[in-house]
Design a protein around this ligand. Structure first.
Ligand SMILES: CC(=O)N[C@H](C=O)[C@@H](O)[C@H](O)[C@H](O)COP(=O)(O)O
Length: 231
């Protein structure tokens, strides 16, 4: 196993992202958040977009940056082409993450071809953002270093679970012994994070519940209003 990946075993990874048009959508803000979560014990941070990757990389002291570049918001949009992958690596990402589904990619390369082309020029570990057992097994076969459940519930391949897709996670852990199967997506509480580890996750990625105050506010707002209505 790649030493950068090995170091993540049993740990929390934090995704630091704000979305287009949002108040916190500024690479300097994401870099500050990344430094803050590193202080809290995050073993790695996941950053989106080339400027964010550069600034997050400069802001953290001692943890690797998992880089993605989201282009668009439908179909294959997480680091969708070989060109996006190369740019993410050039921006300084320590680990490259990309769409790991079996859907057609915008540049016509297959996932396996994309991985092979990246390997020709980089030794950086690769994380596949998968959506199903089928895509995860194919990604493992293509030789990626990290298999993530990131896109489960977002492509139609699996139902969108309330919380992480523990069923998919557990089946991947069983089918891919010795591989880094990472839980990502809708890990919204400490209980969810612990359940992912209990299901065998190599590491757990949390985004929204740590770094997206607008969403967190809506959760608390609903709880407060609901309690008010019941009182
Ligand atoms: C589906 C998709 O686009 N997922 C993205 C991937 O980078 C992010 O928007 C998520 O925030 C991230 O995966 C972490 O998940 P959560 O925020 O649920 O903890």
């Amino acid at each position: 196993m790649h030493p950068i990946v090995k170091a993540l075993e049993g740990s929390l990874i934090v995704s630091c992202q704000a979305y287009p048009g949002e108040p916190m959508r500024d690479p300097r803000t994401m870099a500050q958040i990344a430094a803050a979560v590193e202080q809290g014990g995050a073993s790695a941070v996941r950053a989106q977009g080339l400027d964010d990757i550069r600034q997050v990389k400069a802001a953290v002291n001692n943890v690797p940056v998992i880089g993605i570049w989201k282009d668009g918001n439908e179909g294959v949009f997480i680091t969708p082409t070989l060109k996006h992958c190369e740019a993410v690596l050039d921006a300084g990402a320590d680990i490259l993450a990309l769409d790991g589904t079996l859907r057609e990619r915008p540049d016509g390369l297959t996932f396996a071809e994309t991985v092979a082309r990246i390997r020709e020029r980089s030794k950086a570990p690769i994380m596949a953002d998968c959506d199903s057992e089928e895509s995860a097994l194919a990604a493992a076969e293509a030789g990626v270093d990290i298999i993530g459940t990131t896109l489960a519930g977002y492509t139609g391949a699996r139902e969108k679970t309330d919380g992480p897709d523990l069923e998919l996670l557990a089946s991947l852990v069983e089918k891919l012994p010795g591989r880094a199967v990472v839980a990502e997506g809708r890990v919204h509480s400490q209980a969810h994070a612990a359940a992912c580890r209990e299901a065998g996750a190599f590491a757990v990625v949390v985004g929204t519940a740590i770094t997206h105050p607008t969403s967190i506010t809506t959760w608390f707002d609903a709880a407060v209003r609901g309690a008010g209505e019941r009182a």
